[in-house]
Write a protein that binds this ligand. Structure first.
Ligand SMILES: O=P(O)(O)OC[C@H]1O[C@H](O)[C@H](O)[C@@H](O)[C@@H]1O
Length: 526
């Protein structure tokens, strides 16, 4: 049996707090540094490697982290989760997104259904549908092929699928698996839908309406927006739309769609990229086989997350180091910095996964916690970020732990040699340089030009962004966030904090306001 205790009640956490502070500048300089880079590294799935040489840890801290993992029963809690325990206590739900890509434990039966079978069945239904669209067996009313897919959804029904699509678009083009261009409508700002609709040929577009609940105001509004545009173009909306939702949602039984594919309440929106939510758009855009490879990558990383030896489990160690940084060293934020244009929207997706999961002030029993929980997450791809916010990261008063991601190869064949190096080499040179610059700094008599150093980072290195490495990368961060939730003893799988704003917005629209809300409503001309 596992016990759910607050972090600050664990003896191993008290011991961790007493370990000596690491002088990163010192340990990362010279031969010492070279040894650390070689040793402080864990193989991940699909040829990825997690390197934590530039984190403020040494063997003593690592030993204390291992003890913390044991006392907090991280492995046992993950085991409970994938075997179908009610981990999402706030909503009384199981947490099953790992089951969409593999079976780590025993069969999970819920509501009389084997859940792994259910997810595979949905994946298969989507594959059949996508193949028929590609073969021209499912067409528009004029019998012409669909050429574009447009996803309508917001939050978890947008960010993950969008980030994954962008990550694989060029790879698919290069590898001849690109089937259809995908576009995304999310914001209730009418300019979002209008701009996307202006950029596509609606007569040859298939729209994927994605809403787990089937009740999200922005998504339903955008659906009407699109239906209106289709009608104005003389088209039958029901011949152009499919839905991805949960079987219990109001959308599930509607005749308004060509087809409906299902996820369920046991998959949080932000964890739904590997379910039908990501499956529909990615299978249509790149073919079902590419989506299957993406799932394989995620499944392989999930397996590593189940590894009991902390020093062989990249997700668990990353989580533990993050908690050490947050709760012992007191760092309030974390930046995710992929040196890859393909991962352009990956930080935005992680922002939701991390901050919606662990941005909590009460533990899983609803009692206030006395320690900081989830950090603020932000990020941009390198090298763009270097010319923007890195100034604060190098010389600002806050220390911000960094999570770099870098790949040896780009996705397209095009590159040039300028000043004796390719663009890809320049990209990689920059990430290596940044790790050492942040860790070691540089002394200068001019205080303005002085770099203190001592700024920690980790890096995940891979060969190339492709479906498998992307799946592994996604699972890494999902599972890291899950382990951190276990450590903080929060429920990482609900999101009550987003409700209040929705309720007040409804009041504004119904003109049922007073006080400050009324004045703001007037100022905004509602
Ligand atoms: O998929 P839906 O039910 O439309 O939900 C879309 C999103 O909106 C909610 O407000 C939540 O904050 C997100 O976790 C969710 O992903």
């Amino acid at each position: 049996m596992v016990t759910w205790d607050n972090l600050d009640t664990l003896a191993s956490f008290q011991n961790l707090s007493k370990t000596g502070r690491i002088d990163l500048k010192k340990v990362m300089s010279g031969e010492n540094g070279a040894e650390r880079v070689k040793n402080y590294s864990i193989p991940m799935a699909e040829g990825l490697v997690y390197n934590y040489a530039a984190k403020q840890v040494d063997d003593d801290v690592l030993e204390a982290l291992v003890k913390l993992a044991e006392e907090a029963q991280l492995s046992e809690k993950f085991e409970e989760l994938y075997n179908g325990a009610v981990i999402n206590t706030g909503e009384n739900r199981l947490v099953l997104h790992q089951l969409t890509r593999g079976q780590l434990g025993k069969a999970v039966v819920a509501d009389g259904v084997d859940k792994r079978k259910f997810y595979v069945e949905q994946q298969q239904r989507i594959a059949d549908f996508a193949n028929k669209v590609h073969a021209g067996e499912i067409t528009n009313a004029a019998g012409e092929k669909f050429t574009t897919v447009v996803q309508i959804g917001i939050g978890g029904s947008d960010l993950g699928p969008r980030a994954m699509y962008l990550a694989l678009e060029n790879w698919a083009k290069k590898n001849n698996t690109f089937k259809m261009e995908a576009k995304f409508i999310s914001n209730v700002d009418p300019d979002d839908a209008a701009a996307v609709l202006n950029s596509v040929d609606v007569a040859h577009s298939i729209f994927v309406l994605v809403s787990k609940s089937g009740t999200t105001l922005e998504t339903l509004t955008n659906e009407s927006f699109v239906k209106d545009a289709l009608k104005k173009a003389g088209l039958d909306a029901s011949k152009h739309m499919i839905a991805v939702t949960s079987e219990t949602s109001p959308l599930a039984k509607s005749d308004d769609y060509l087809a409906a594919f299902f996820m369920d309440d046991y998959i949080g929106g932000r964890y739904s990229s590997t379910s039908a939510v990501g499956g529909a758009v990615l299978s249509l855009a790149f073919g079902p086989d590419v989506f299957a490879q993406f799932l394989d990558g995620a499944a392989a990383e999930d397996k590593l997350s189940a590894e009991k030896d902390v020093l062989k489990n990249p997700e668990m160690l990353d989580a533990l180091i993050g908690v050490y940084e947050r709760n012992v060293l007191g760092y309030p934020s974390t930046a995710v910095l992929p040196y890859s244009q393909a991962l352009n929207r990956f930080p935005a997706h992680l922002q939701q996964v991390d901050m919606e999961s662990n941005g909590k002030s009460v533990n899983r029993f609803g009692e206030p916690v006395n320690y900081p929980t989830g950090p603020v997450i932000f990020g941009e791809p390198g090298t763009n970020g270097q010319h923007s916010f890195y100034q604060l990261l190098h010389q600002g008063t806050d220390i911000v732990p960094l999570q770099f991601v870098g790949f040896k190869n780009n996705q397209l064949d095009t590159d040039v040699v300028i000043q004796d190096s390719t663009s890809q080499q320049k990209l990689c040179a920059n990430v290596a340089a940044q790790i050492v610059a942040f860790a070691c700094g540089k002394e200068d008599e001019n205080r303005n030009k002085n770099f203190e150093g001592g700024r920690p980072s980790s890096i995940i290195i891979g060969e190339q962004v492709n479906p498998k490495t992307l799946g592994a990368l996604l699972a890494h961060f999902e599972n890291k966030i899950m382990f951190q939730g276990f450590l903080w003893n929060v429920n990482s799988f609900d999101q009550e904090g987003v409700q209040l704003g929705k309720v007040l917005a409804k009041r504004v629209l119904a003109h049922e306001t007073d006080g400050a809300l009324k004045v703001f409503s007037d100022l905004l001309n509602i």
